[in-house]
Design a protein around this ligand. Sequence first.
Ligand code: ASP
Ligand code: MG
Length: 351
Amino acid sequence: MVYKLSAKSRVVIKFGGSSVRDSFSEALRLVQKLYEGNEVVIVLSALKGVTDLLLKLAESKSPEFLKEFEEIYLRTIERLGIELSIENEIRELKFILRNEKAFPSRKAYIDHVLSFGERLSVKLFSKALEDEGIKSTPVDAFYLIETNGSFGNAKVDLKKTKDKIWIVEEILKRGRVPVITGFLGNFNGFRTTLGRGGSDYTASVLGRLLNARAVLIMSDVKGIYTADPKIVRDAKLIPFASYEEVSTASMLGMKALHERAVEPVKGKIPIILGKTNNQHLGTLISKINAGMPILTYKIINENLASIGVVGVSEVNINAQIYKRGRNWICFLVKREELENTLNAIHEVIFQ
Ligand code: ASP
Ligand code: MG
């Protein structure tokens, strides 16, 4: 008897909006490289800035925003030199904009409008892969990922989604690369979204259900830093962080990874964060602790912000404590003092 064993390991790789918009060829190169020895599953965000634009479009229904949306994609298609029609999607989008009343709620209508960003991304990327000689199939996660009915911030139903994962298995079996929309789901036939930044969550759900060796989250930053490097100049890259540390940091506002992304893979599958541009892999999320505090922040309103410090229970600083947990502490600060206090706390901790 002959047993057919697959020697290939499976990886899920998610590209963020800036990778698809500005580092498209680097993203393609990385997929080509991984494709040689692995089964690759791709998850994509909308092009950078597009989800914000679609939000404005859903709310205003303004023809200018519609035109801007269409032009962003047409320009990208032209720049990449691929042949692709987006007419069907634009026609559907116009129809949806005229028919908000057909939806059970305004949020359900908005989620449908938002879906077009990711849906066009996967068509584009998949076509570009084919042009490079890699057979690929775009997948709209509406047909794959089942969620609850929290439009705008839906939670994935792992059990129901597991029943449909054969769709991806089937594509892989044929030696093709599935290119799947991040951020999108389905609730009773209506489109849902998983909350801002939700493509990370899609990638980890797929990593879990496909039993992947690793989930790669590629973006325009190398990984998780001790603080937002755009605000704290001395912030350091954290090479290792535990599932626990990262999910706490995300809960307290860290943007590098979606708040729910750790949960599906926790204790089972590593998440690796990296930068598309120079293929630098910066942070490994596994059972290994960072041993380094992570500073996070959240803007509460125009006057107030909170600063979270994960990995410590005490910080020697004169600021009002807002909340605290076993291994983290959260301060309340004035919005205008946020940048300074973040830098001050960072200095106290890492002096
Ligand atoms: N495009 C969505 C957003 O901008 C989801 C994502 O990028 O992960 O939030
Ligand atoms: Mg993100």
